[in-house]
Design a protein around this ligand. Structure first.
Ligand code: F6P
Length: 551
């Protein structure tokens, strides 16, 4: 396969030359040389503030990175996405998650489809249904109020609604409990079913294709549990307890869900971009339609910023370019996400799918092998917990991992002192990553404690911090639906810009298909006839062990 020549383009080459010139300048030196870095390298948009001063960049670096974005036609490609061109070329689809959060006017029409009108018609149905559940007008078949919502989905049909419901916990309806089941491991569903009661539970089966094996198995098991003897229910009662969110009306009907209880969306919504569509039904049920609308509006505000702001002030573009700078020029291989907000605990896993399923590709749009690295590994956890575990590696490990700190200035809890302590930890970490602690500083510190010279000598290498470890800090006033919407959209557009620069299709996911097909075959061998010669000796051996255990 021939190579896609990116690294040799003028823009990449200019950045390589620039990198060679500045790579040895530490962040400490950059800050010492320029006291205006915070003002110079920060930007606000759609309720978010990004401080990117603690990155290994100068004004010159940024100029060259913006030139790279222009050379790769980021502006034209961005417009193509917003206008509904079929930029998902391997699936011949438009990419229109931005239309899901746009107001009805100006109306968008693509290939004869009245996109805005259809989107708002479905939103209207979500509004009516969520209100009926929340106010107790929609009752279970025996007249009981719905108290538990179980979202059954996986990937984008799980992570989006789960992350958002957790993030907006203070906005949740006081008497509706939200549950999320994704794993085909029966322990996931089994543990949940032990907590809920069939007469007061609503299952939302969320699947774009309505054919994903894990979701279908969980949905069928939930259906059998609902219909089991002793529950005093009939098939016709399903319609009060099972609704679907899907693009596949035939599949939904075959499962036994009334199409009137199906909330549709469209093939131009990718799974990992679907929380804005009816996949967000669970979110609307949890926080109410009005707040759901705020969530969409926050994302739309970020869309407007991304579409209209010049690249130099464009938050998603800046975030994307910094990522490219570290990946392709410093060869940093992962990014850690550190939310300093307990309710953003699921945000790192959400971003793992968003970034790695989108940009975890090694061939260009025209099918050639990339000659540069693409998506880094994305990982993380809530900040203060990470501080007491893997932050050791971030401070003193042999790899450098840029960190995105995310924090809110105010808290939703009223506990005195906690928010200041949380923010102090967040800011202290980014300062420590940036400054480190030199051998001289560590020595002075130990001398001040009266430590013997021999001990100081022995401990010095261990108590020295190299520093020069970059980070971004994203702040918002509070974790409101609108700010959360803007935050997610910020990362979506970051991913888009990086995909454009690497010239890859950020909107397909062929990589996840292979395992699905193989699992289907192996399942039939575990349950049915063994085929010892079909696989390698390892896989054959493992299948035999499973057959023996499950016999
Ligand atoms: O297997 C990957 C994937 O296709 C994701 O892209 C998607 O979010 C997830 O599975 C769930 O798919 P569906 O909503 O069709 O069940």
């Amino acid at each position: 396969m021939s190579q896609s020549p990116l690294d040799t383009t003028a823009a990449f080459q200019a950045l390589h030359t620039h990198h060679a010139a500045i790579k040895d300048k530490s962040l400490r030196e950059l800050f010492a040389a320029d006291s205006s870095r915070f003002d110079q390298f920060s930007v606000s948009a759609a309720g978010l503030f990004l401080d990117y001063a603690k990155n290994n960049v100068t004004a010159d670096t940024m100029t060259q990175l913006f030139a790279l974005a222009r050379a790769h036609q980021v502006e034209a490609r961005r417009e193509a996405m917003f206008c509904g061109e079929k930029i998902n070329t391997t699936e011949h689809r438009a990419v229109l998650h931005t239309a899901l959060r746009a107001p009805p006017l100006p109306a968008l029409e693509v290939d004869g489809q009245k996109v805005s009108a259809e989107v708002h018609a479905v939103l209207q149905r979500i509004k009516i249904f969520s209100a009926a559940i929340r106010c107790g007008e929609w009752l279970g078949h025996s007249g009981k109020r719905i108290t538990d919502i179980v979202n059954i989905g996986i990937g984008g049909s799980d992570l989006g609604p789960k992350m958002v419901c957790q993030a907006l916990r203070p906005y949740q309806h006081a008497h509706l409990k939200m549950h999320f089941v994704s794993n085909v491991d029966g322990d996931d569903l089994d543990a949940l079913l032990a907590q809920v009661e069939p007469h007061s539970t609503l299952f939302v089966i969320a699947s774009k294709t309505f054919s994903t094996a894990e979701t279908m198995m969980n949905a069928h098991s939930a259906r059998s549990w609902f219909l089991r003897t002793g529950n005093e229910v009939q098939e016709s009662d399903l319609r009060k307890h099972f609704v679907a969110v899907s693009t596949n009306v035939e599949g939904v009907t075959a499962f036994g869900i009334d199409p009137a209880n199906m909330f549709p969306f469209w093939d131009w919504v990718g799974g990992r971009y679907s929380v804005w569509s009816s996949i967000g039904l669970s979110v609307a049920l949890a926080i109410g339609f009005e707040q759901f609308t705020e969530f969409l509006a926050g994302a739309h505000a970020m869309d407007n910023h991304f579409r209209r702001a010049p690249l130099e002030q464009n938050m998603p573009v800046i975030l994307a370019l910094l990522g490219v700078w570290y990946r392709n020029f410093f060869d940093y291989r992962s990014i850690s996400i550190a939310p300093y907000h307990q309710d953003l605990g699921n945000f790192p896993s959400y971003l793992q799918q968003l970034e790695m399923e989108s940009n975890g590709k090694r061939v260009s749009l025209d099918g050639r092998t990339l000659d540069v690295a693409s998506c880094p590994i994305i990982w993380g956890n809530v900040g203060t917990n990470g501080q007491h575990t893997y932050f050791q590696l971030l401070h003193q490990g042999s790899d450098i991992t840029p960190v995105d700190f995310i924090a809110t200035l105010t808290a939703s809890n009223q506990l005195p002192g906690h928010q200041a302590a949380l923010l102090a930890n967040c800011f202290a970490q980014s300062e420590a990553f940036m400054r480190g602690k030199s051998a001289d500083e560590a020595k002075v510190e130990m001398q001040a404690k009266g430590m013997p010279a021999d001990d100081i000598e022995a401990l010095l290498p261990h108590r020295t911090f190299p520093g020069n470890r970059p980070s971004n800090t994203i702040l918002m006033t509070a974790l409101t639906p609108a700010n959360l919407g803007a935050l997610i959209a910020l990362y979506e557009h970051k991913v888009f810009v990086q995909g454009v620069i690497w010239n890859i299709n950020s909107f397909d996911q062929w990589g996840v298909e292979l395992g699905k097909v193989l699992a289907r075959n192996i399942l039939s061998e575990i349950n049915g006839t063994p085929a010892p010669h079909r696989h390698d000796s390892s896989t054959n051996g493992l299948i035999e062990m499973a057959r023996a255990a499950l016999r």
